[in-house]
Design a binder for this molecule. Structure first.
Ligand code: NAD
Length: 497
């Protein structure tokens, strides 16, 4: 049994709140640790440390801030395996999947190490007689991030490298279900030379989230999690005058056109629908084959693949997916499958009865496949966030796009086709923030930005990449005249060229 403590300004501190959260191994169902659930006072302590560090850090030359990130990248690269192990131990995803998560997170660190380039600003000479103007982006001050369970290290890395690289101080509130890898990721940044106070990790639940949202010295909040909480965080944070970006849930569709390679599409659906037990915000949860014939061919390919998924604990190198995160999550997913059946969908593969020998108390589920799903069914309207794939069959390409555009979420989507015109029209017209063409999980690379549309993102900035520079800085424009002391006397008209 282990305990996970806060990291206030770089110093490990046990929470004094007297409240703790249990950490479970999802593969066995056993309690393995506890995390302190911090009080608002403990958050305030982290904010005070950050305020103390801010002036010096924000004035540190960007090149030097970038060098801290470059050193962090070097150190974290050497600890990839440890980071991945911490992730899988608490989350349950396979070790290979956790390694992939670490790689994608470190790509953001690599991008942040070149932060100087993005903070260069703009300059215009002679905007008037002897007058020049320059624009620069200055950091905001103390900013915070609140992250979900499903990417315990990568989503924090979506935030803190860019925020800190831009010259801010950062407070991270990780998911209380998977707190350890965030601590390791942040400790390594101190090892890389980050000055004390610039980064803190404050563990906790709603009490500390509310304290972040209300704290007068926190200027901006990045949130990633479910849509109801994202909406709450956005409203409460903006009401208290903060800049907020809140990324929420998803229902990601993959259109399969009649001309697609069905084996390629089915393989892509297996990885994107069942990888990480479907607990990815970019997981494909609805497949939309166009026309009955395409649907029949695809379901024939999918059904045996779903039935033979290899499921196991993260320590099983051959496992394709692990357990879901909690007992409650497992029973919520089973409840939704039950409602899918009672609302008339055809359950082609039922994963509810899956049992893994030796891991009977783990939160394992087999893969499930539904056919004949219709738009009003709960398995379609709700984000299941589990290993369940639904098939919906519109008759035309246009009605497939209408279906996707009508959904409340707009995170990711994809089309599998050999038809360039259809792909081009899809990418142009679909009301979704991230689009894949023959790519099932189109998560943008670190030098682009990530963000959904509609109720998958509250706020006007995507996360990481160039959008992060805009989110974590504010624009200042200075106009200056150096005119050798020549004065023409007072001018009362509005200045113009
Ligand atoms: P969640 O919304 O339950 O929790 C996210 C964070 O909010 C956690 O840190 C948690 O402690 C905090 N929180 C939970 N309940 C709260 C409350 N009532 N008040 C204040 N704070 C609260 O999400 P989760 O279950 O950890 O993660 C899964 C969800 O995250 C899914 O909906 C998934 O789609 C979404 N997600 C979205 C993206 C994206 O980029 N859009 C990425 C990853 C995950």
């Amino acid at each position: 049994m282990y305990e996970v403590d806060n990291l206030i300004g770089g110093i490990s501190c046990k929470s004094a709140s007297g409240r703790t959260g249990d950490i479970f191994n999802p593969a066995t169902g056993a309690k393995v640790g506890e995390v302190g659930l911090s009080s608002p006072m403990e958050l305030d302590e982290a904010v005070k440390k950050a305020l103390g560090a801010y002036s010096a850090w924000s004035r540190t030359p960007p090149l030097k801030r970038g060098r801290v990130m470059a050193e962090y990248l070097r150190l974290a690269n050497g600890r990839r395996e440890d980071l991945a192990r911490e992730i899988s131990r608490e989350h349950g995803k396979t070790h290979a999947d956790a390694r992939g998560e670490v790689s994608r997170g470190l790509e953001i660190v690599e991008f942040a190490s070149g932060i100087s380039h993005f903070l260069k600003g703009e300059f215009s000479r002679e905007v008037g007689p002897k007058i020049d103007t320059h624009s620069e982006r200055q950091p905001l001050g103390v900013v915070a991030g609140i992250t979900p369970f499903n990417f315990p290290a990568m989503v924090p890395m979506w935030m803190f490298p860019m925020a800190i690289g831009c010259g801010n101080c950062f407070i991270l509130k990780p998911s209380e279900r998977v707190p350890s890898s965030a601590n390791l990721a942040c400790e390594l940044l101190y090892e890389a030379g980050l000055p004390e106070g610039v980064l803190s990790v404050v563990h906790g639940d709603k009490a500390v989230v509310d304290a972040i949202l209300d704290h007068p010295d926190i200027r901006a909040v990045s949130f990633v999690g479910s849509t109801p909480i994202a909406e709450y965080v956005y409203k409460r944070g903006t009401d208290s005058g903060k800049r907020v970006q809140a990324l929420g849930g998803a229902k990601n569709h993959m259109v399969v056109m009649p001309d697609a390679d069905m084996d390629q599409a089915a393989d892509a659906l297996m990885g994107s629908g069942f990888g990480s037990a479907g607990e990815r915000c970019m997981a494909i949860s609805v497949v939309v084959p166009v026309g009955e014939e395409t649907s029949k061919r695809l379901v024939e390919k999918l059904s045996p693949r779903v039935s033979s998924l290899r499921i196991g604990p993260s320590t099983d190198d051959k496992a394709e997916m692990g357990p879901v995160i909690t007992k409650e999550s497992k029973s919520r997913i089973c409840g939704l499958i039950e409602r899918g059946v009672s609302q008339g969908a055809n359950l082609v593969v039922d994963g509810r009865d899956f049992r893994l020998q030796g891991y009977e108390d783990g939160y394992f589920l087999g893969g499930s496949l539904f056919d004949g799903v219709t738009p009003e069914m709960e398995i379609y309207t709700q984000e299941i966030f589990g290993p369940v794939l639904s098939v919906m069959t519109p008759q035309t390409f246009e009605s497939a796009m209408d279906l996707i555009n009508a959904h409340e979420y707009g995170n990711g989507t994809s089309i599998f086709t050999r038809d360039g015109n259809a792909a081009r029209e899809f990418s142009r017209s679909i009301e979704v923030g991230m689009v894949g063409i023959n790519v099932p999980i189109p998560v943008p690379v670190a030098f682009h930005s990530f963000g959904g549309w509609k109720r998958s993102l509250f706020g006007s900035h995507g996360i990481y990449g160039p959008e992060a520079v805009h989110f974590y800085t504010r624009l200042k424009t200075t106009t200056s005249r150096w005119s050798d002391g020549i004065t023409k006397g007072a001018v009362f008209t509005f200045p113009s060229g």
